[in-house]
Design a protein around this ligand. Structure first.
Ligand SMILES: [Zn+2]
Length: 434
């Protein structure tokens, strides 16, 4: 057991005040032991936080991490065309090895930009779990099931696999992995399958994560077929509940916002992806005013195109103001809270706050930089001025994942080389099939 002192810096506290303090973490329990006045705590090892700000590791509430291999492959198209013409044909060629390599690349990027936890939706999930184990991050994983375009047998097998994977992987990587049941979306999984499998997931006690109301094209068909809004339809299917969160929610009306609040269902807001695919602007201020828990996610790297959660925080504030037509909407404090405690709440992790007893998931920001000068308000800097590249150290579960910008758990150069090879071969296979 090593008690490690993160010493000499300022600390962002759960109430978003900043004070000078040292933080003691235990790599055995994986918890924060104490946060106390500078110089009053002792550790076996020390991480230098001087000229730095200790913050909770950021929590990426919605991503498809292995999509790093598709980064920059196809841009500048609307969601439906982008998926059908570019993404799905390539994903059809993805091997389990590709998924593991893509996930490793994503985790290197996340560790280097201060993200310590994520919620992932994808397939070949056992290989993502292997990468989580090695990288040292914390993750909610799941197998994403789609039934459109499949025969009954294949559709049911896919949903069963989502249940099985969620049951099998829960608690893996020394408890750093938890799981969700994942019907892809309300329009890509047929009603009869949701009626059959959602009760099974609820019986098994599995949390549920799915895409909802991302674009107008996901709203209109449900209104047409069922005569109700998508989240009213979801409610009828028992898809709104406490341990449930939807990705996007860009197009939700007042009735749906009230339903989310009443059912305690959270929203993983993905501002960059929503802007890049011109999907729409989530009414984040209205969601928060109604009491809905909102977290922040990057979505996949193919629609972002990076996994730097600091970019996402800034984007969330900007688009939140534009959506509300109000510069005071979605202020700095709101977005910082959303990417830490908000996202952690959705994922069910006791992370997102620097406090004794919480998970020892931390990032230390180097404040010694021209773009962070002067320092009138460090919460403002976190929202609007800090970049992922300002992160000096990253700690998860009490383990140091990056020290002085060097990733310790994965070999960055080797990961990048493998990712380049796998991405090149993947695209070649997909284009050969055209
Ligand atoms: Zn997504």
């Amino acid at each position: 057991m090593t008690e490690r002192l993160v010493a000499g810096g300022q600390v962002l506290r759960p109430d978003l005040t900043v004070e000078r303090a040292d933080v003691l973490v235990d790599d055995d329990s994986g918890d924060i032991v104490d946060v106390a006045d500078p110089g009053t705590l002792d550790g076996d090892d020390e991480l230098d936080a001087s000229d730095g700000l200790v913050i909770p590791g950021l929590v990426n509430a919605h991503t498809h991490v292995a999509m790093t291999l598709l980064r920059g492959y196809a841009d500048d198209k609307a969601l439906d065309a982008w998926l059908q013409e570019d993404v799905w044909p390539v994903e059809g060629e993805l091997t389990p090895d590709d998924v593991e390599v893509g996930a490793e690349l994503g985790f290197v990027e996340m560790i280097k930009s201060g993200t310590t936890a994520l919620s992932d939706m994808y397939f070949h999930v056992d290989r993502t779990a292997d990468a989580v184990e090695r990288a040292g991050v914390r993750a909610v994983l799941g197998h994403t099931a789609v039934t459109v375009g499949k025969d009954d047998e294949a559709a049911r097998a896919d949903l069963q696999q989502s249940l099985d994977v969620a049951t099998e992987l829960d608690g893996a990587a020394d408890g750093r992995i938890t799981t969700t049941f994942q019907p892809h979306s309300l329009t890509t999984v047929g009603e009869e399958y949701l009626r059959e499998f959602v009760p099974k997931a609820r019986e098994a006690g599995l949390p549920i994560h799915y895409h909802a109301n991302e674009t107008e094209n996901e709203v209109a068909p449900i209104v047409e077929e069922h005569g109700v809004r998508p989240l009213e339809y979801a409610d009828d299917l028992d898809l709104l509940a406490e341990d449930t969160y939807v990705a996007h929610g860009a197009h939700v009306d007042e009735t749906e916002i009230e339903l989310l609040a009443e059912r305690d269902t959270g929203v993983a807001h993905c501002p960059a992806s929503n802007m890049k695919l011109a999907s729409g602007m989530a009414p984040v201020q209205r969601l928060r005013d109604a009491g809905v828990t909102v977290g922040i996610g990057t979505d996949g790297a193919a629609s972002n195109n990076d996994l730097d959660a600091f970019d996402e925080v800034r984007d969330a504030a900007m688009i939140g103001k534009l959506a509300a037509d109000d510069a005071s909407a979605v202020p700095a404090e709101a977005v910082v809270e959303m990417v830490t405690q908000g996202s952690a709440d959705l994922l069910g992790f006791d992370s997102g706050r620097v406090e004794a007893g919480a998970n020892a998931d931390l990032a230390v920001i180097d404040l010694d930089a021209p773009h962070l000068t002067p320092a009138h308000d460090l919460v403002s800097h976190l929202a609007y001025a800090v970049h992922g590249s300002d992160v000096r150290h990253t700690v998860c579960d009490g383990e140091v994942l990056m020290r002085d910008r060097e990733v310790l758990t994965l070999d960055e150069a080797a990961v990048r080389e493998r990712a380049n090879e796998h991405a090149r071969d993947l695209i070649a296979r997909a284009e050969a099939d055209d």
